[in-house]
Design a protein around this ligand. Sequence first.
Ligand SMILES: [Zn+2]
Length: 296
Amino acid sequence: MTAQDLIKNEANMVIEEFKKLTYTNSVEVLCDYNNDLNNFKNLPENFSFKKNKSDGHEKLAQMLIDGYNSLKADIKKQYKMEFFKNIEKRCPFCGQLLESSGKADSDVPTADLDHFFPKCDFPQFALFPPNLIPTCMECNRIEKHTDKISPKEFKLALQELNLLNDFQNHPNKRTHFRIYSSLSFDCNNKLFIKTTNIYVQKLIKLYGLEERYNNIRNKSFQILWGMVRNFDIQSPESLENFLKNMASSNWHEINDGYSLNNSPQIWQEFIENILYDECKLMALWEEVKSINMSIF
Ligand SMILES: [Zn+2]
């Protein structure tokens, strides 16, 4: 049985439990719930469940969230394995490589399960497989302000990012679920969102991804300085060669548990921004010189 089926079973068990409770509007609550699940792929402009705030709705919402919170670790592991079955294990939000965990389950990526539609705002999707996205822990921790984006704006953003089709497929086929490919750095190392689509820009802001991306860039910068200190760089030419090697090599150095390979796209852009700008290269050389001088 697939992990998706196991999660659906859990949801069905919650529904059966709910049916045993006596809420006068139980039928309406279940109808709203089913309506939203059926319309998930089409993202209706207003989710039924969100509009209603009765005792019955609140009870089912809590039961679904509790159901997710008590979901067995084995099911979550299996789900992550299935999600990344034929694709590279990268966080779909920031692009960072999701390292595999310890020896016992060496193929399971170290990832959290993020609710794309947060479970506090959209409890009806708390135990709904298409809404579960394995991400890096840092991206999962970001507080997502989805209350500030309407389902209609969501839909337009996802359409632009080509994510709607992915939601319609089995998780194993979500090969295009990559929000990070919309983020980049310009030649001044300033972050920018590649798309001009205002809904995508809004989604990226409300998901806190700019800050996340900047943090990764700063980490890359720290690593660069750490390496510059350890290499014997005596001239602008040797600095240039050093950077060229950095851009093309397969670096595995781990710095505080962080590998440069984790975010090759950011790293590559970062190095190339310096490498192909004479002014920046010379400015960096001046800094390297001052570091060399301070060592002696
Ligand atoms: Zn991430």
